[in-house]
Ligand binder design. Structure first.
Ligand SMILES: [Zn+2]
Length: 129
């Protein structure tokens, strides 16, 4: 019985790490140095985007690429903030006018948190209508 169950794969006879016929992607050693002075290299594909940082395998600190690759070095579009998008639609002058208008309404108790609302004539008309 025991012999049969072992028939599938001969123990020690066959290596699954046979590299013949396998073409590896071109690799490069990328150097990093951590703030503690540890230097190490990481094998990477030559086609890989080289990260600016790598965690130091010895102390876990963030190590910097020794070739001076900087974070965010790629020419990417800077992220647009809500403010940027707002400025695409309104000028500062328009925004100031709107702010003034809204502040007036807020101070008059027309808008804002319900507990700050003041009963106004126009509001009373609306509720009775
Ligand atoms: Zn380190």
């Amino acid at each position: 019985m025991a012999e049969r169950t072992l028939r599938g794969a001969r123990l020690g006879g066959q290596s699954f790490e046979d590299e013949r016929g396998i073409e590896f992607a071109a690799r490069q050693q990328v150097g990093y140095a951590c703030p503690q002075g540890h230097k190490f290299e990481v094998p990477m594909s030559v086609e890989a985007d080289i990260p600016a940082n790598w965690e130091c395998p010895r102390c876990g600190a963030v190590a910097l690429n020794v070739d001076g690759i900087l974070p965010e070095a790629k020419a990417e579009k800077p992220a647009r903030t809500h403010w940027d998008m707002l400025l695409e639609r309104r000028s500062i002058k328009e925004l100031e006018d709107i702010l003034t208008e809204r502040l007036t309404l807020l101070r008059d108790g027309e808008i804002g948190p319900a507990h700050l609302h003041r009963a106004s004539k126009s509001r009373k008309k609306k509720t009775t209508a």
